[in-house]
Design a protein around this ligand. Structure first.
Ligand code: MN
Length: 485
């Protein structure tokens, strides 16, 4: 990639572009600087249709407004993070900001200003680059380097929110009076401007509200989750088709294959893909993905496509790399399948959130007792939690814009609540026999199995959004055989 023109002295790097003199840039003559100011067509767009979720984002802002009357609410998108010099890590807008605006621009900030009957929303954004002062081609954030941005007027049409220049926001916030709350952790500059106006406790209440607001998904969100699952299923098919190439290289081939699908059809992967072959399946968050892929072993693939509107799937399949489970692999796999079936059946409106976990854990505990790995009865095992040596993790979590969605919700609103239509959660029991676990028969060691699907609570039960992918062991084998041809 090309390098920026850099100012001659480090001090000048600190100055905003408009205070720099063009002549100070090496190789930029006054004549060139003057020449670059003009001769550009007007590309302003008019009559733009609003984004598809504009009505939903307005309703979300209205709910937020009703919860915090009379208070100024500040929700930043976040800033770019430098990787080194003039390169940045890939940017992903904060979930709170994208949820409330539909926008994903770095440095954006949503502000709800209290007015007599609620709030007035304003979105603060970087405007188009100035051509007059050379910013557009001399500054690293100039549009010539990073691409055309929407003008503030264009952003207003798209988002349905009045837009202002974000470079004016810090000063405005410093001058503002009255109670303020901000979402923390995304924009240090905004937080510094508010430092003597906000408290951690009050800001946390805002974060909790925005987490709980996302527990029940609206129609737009459900459609996005459906898209995420459909893309994810295609990504899993891509992986099965190239398992021979992964055998010749490493787990990285699987990671790269799934990532291609995620980038082509969506925004990204929703979390680091877990491409765990053989005993790596027993490492719950195996994301190094640098191991060998061997026929005869299992591949535990836990991956999800994040859509362009930032909703992610979270799906796991545990596949026999050579297309056929061994007897012991099948025995363990089928036990996890049975546990997942019991878990999914417990997902319905009015059920306690904990029910699906309990249902799946009971099946797994029964199997472990049956196999002689732990002494029964099953009630004793469950009471003491002895099955957890091999089940290791909870059976699921809320899913949405974050893979572990609604994570700031209060216990009473999440794990102690009852399920409602529109909630979406994963059901993902597993059994993991570590390679060095001397308490299990040798043939079990190094086998890890998880099966994970994304389950939407409906009016009369549930719908499995990721059911494009087979789960039963014989159906997995038939599916793989058909894909491999
Ligand atoms: Mn999960």
């Amino acid at each position: 990639m090309a390098e920026e023109l850099t100012p001659e002295t480090p001090d000048e790097a600190e100055e905003p572009i408009k205070q720099r003199k063009n002549g100070l840039y090496p190789g930029v003559s006054d004549e060139l600087a003057e020449n670059m100011k003009s001769g550009w067509a007007d590309t302003e767009l008019t009559g733009l249709a609003p984004i598809p979720q504009a009505a939903e984002t307005a309703a979300r802002r209205a709910a937020l407004s009703a919860r915090f009357p009379g208070e100024r609410l500040v929700v930043p998108a976040g800033n770019l993070k430098t990787r080194s010099n003039d390169t940045e890590y890939a940017f992903r807008a904060s979930t709170e900001y994208a949820y409330l605006t539909g926008d994903q621009t770095h440095d954006g900030v949503l502000v709800l200003e209290p007015v007599a009957d609620g709030h007035e929303a304003t979105i603060y954004l970087l405007p188009r680059s100035d051509r007059e002062n050379g910013e557009f081609w001399l500054d690293g954030m100039g549009e010539l380097w990073v691409g055309r941005r929407h003008s503030l007027a264009e952003a207003e049409q798209l988002l349905g929110i009045p837009a202002k220049d974000v470079r004016e926001l810090t000063a405005a916030l410093k001058e503002a009076t009255g109670p303020v709350r901000a979402v923390r952790g995304h924009d240090a500059g905004i937080e510094a401007a508010l430092t003597d106006k906000v408290t951690a406790e009050r800001d946390e209440e805002l974060r909790v509200f925005l987490s709980e607001a996302r527990l029940v998904k609206d129609a737009f969100e459900i459609a996005e989750l459906e898209k995420a699952c459909a893309s994810t299923a295609r990504g899993f098919e891509d992986v099965v088709k190239v398992l021979d190439k992964a055998e010749a290289t490493s787990e990285r081939y699987i990671e790269g294959t799934f990532f291609l699908r995620a980038r082509v059809e969506g925004n990204d992967v929703g979390y680091g893909s877990i491409c765990a072959a053989g005993p790596h399946a027993c490492t719950l968050h195996w994301v190094r993905n640098d191991g060998a892929v061997r026929p005869g072993d299992l591949l535990l693939l836990d991956a999800g496509v994040e859509t362009t509107e930032l909703y992610t799937a979270d799906v796991t399949r545990t596949l026999p790399i050579n297309g056929r489970y061994t007897d012991v692999q099948r025995k363990i796999y089928d036990a996890v399948y049975e546990a997942q079936e019991a878990g999914i059946a417990a997902v319905k409106p009015g059920a306690a959130y904990r029910d699906f976990h309990d249902a799946a854990q009971r099946v797994l505990a029964e199997k472990l007792v049956e196999w002689g790995l732990v002494e029964g009865p099953v009630e004793r095992v469950l009471e003491l939690g002895l099955q957890r040596r091999w089940t290791l993790h909870g059976t699921g979590h809320m899913l949405g814009m974050d893979v572990h969605d609604c994570a700031a919700a209060r216990t009473e609103a999440y794990v102690d609540t009852t399920l409602e239509p529109g909630m979406c959660l994963t059901v993902e029991p597993g059994l993991y026999f570590q390679a060095d676990d001397l308490t299990v028969p040798e043939e079990y060691r190094g086998i890890g199995v998880r099966i994970e699907d994304d389950i939407l609570v409906t009016e009369d039960g549930n719908r499995n959004l990721s059911d494009q992918l087979p789960r039963r062991s014989d159906e997995v084998e038939a599916w793989m055989a058909a894909l491999k041809g």
